[in-house]
Design a protein around this ligand. Structure first.
Ligand SMILES: CC(C)(COP(=O)(O)OP(=O)(O)OC[C@H]1O[C@@H](n2cnc3c(N)ncnc32)[C@H](O)[C@@H]1OP(=O)(O)O)[C@@H](O)C(=O)NCCC(=O)NCCS
Length: 176
């Protein structure tokens, strides 16, 4: 099953419970070891309730992509239209707000498949730039983004529970 072909689909409103579950699971798997249980619990509660995901799915500014391998959910991405920070150049710009692969599926090309789908979606929306924020200590994700041609253009503060953290801001042209 782990070498099954990867398919990517657009999420529908019916995916709110699924996205809430894998959103919380992947965020926990990625960041629980480096944050206090209190900060994690606060962030998970405010970010991954089914109601919150249902509202995000109903918002036309957002776009969720779900990766499945052999019919099993392996990861997801979210693109978001909106005003980018000043350091981001190129217009229009779209944010890669979330890109998460479930732990069991890391390193099997799911991230690459999601990134390709995000770039195609951004191109369909006629965006010139795609940008993202990544935690300064998340070396694996930074290496992945650099490999995909993203370059650092600034930084901003990200609030996880009560903890203020520094995210690097990175961008690339949608069409390289
Ligand atoms: C960043 C992320 C999306 C990449 O997805 P992925 O499916 O692991 O990526 P791929 O399999 O397409 O490629 C990953 C690269 O890491 C390498 N890799 C594989 N296993 C690895 C491991 N255990 N540790 C480090 N790198 C590994 C792969 O070899 C590949 O490099 P290569 O193409 O040069 O061979 C994924 O690591 C992830 O979800 N991380 C946790 C969540 C996260 O940090 N998201 C980003 C928040 S900003």
């Amino acid at each position: 099953m782990k070498d099954a072909p990867v398919t990517i689909r657009n999420a529908t409103n019916a995916d709110a419970p699924l996205l809430a579950e894998i959103g919380a699971k992947t965020f926990y798997e990625t960041f629980a070891a480096d944050n206090t249980p209190e900060d994690m619990a606060a962030y998970l509660a405010e970010s991954f309730s089914v109601d919150k995901l249902a509202a995000e799915l109903a918002d036309p500014a957002g776009c969720f992509l779900i990766a499945e391998a052999g019919g099993i959910v392996a990861g997801y991405a979210k693109l978001q239209n909106g005003q980018p920070p000043n350091c981001v150049t190129g217009s229009p710009a779209i944010e890669l707000l979330r890109l998460y692969v479930l732990q069991d599926w890391l390193g099997r090309g799911i991230g690459a498949a999601l990134m390709r789908a995000c770039l195609e979606e951004a191109a369909r929306k006629a965006c010139e730039t795609i940008w993202l924020g990544v935690w300064e200590h998340n070396a694996r994700a930074q290496a992945f983004y650099r490999k995909w041609g993203f370059e650092q253009v600034g930084s901003h503060v990200f609030k996880l529970g009560d903890d203020l953290q520094t995210d690097l801001l990175m961008q690339r042209r949608v069409r390289s």
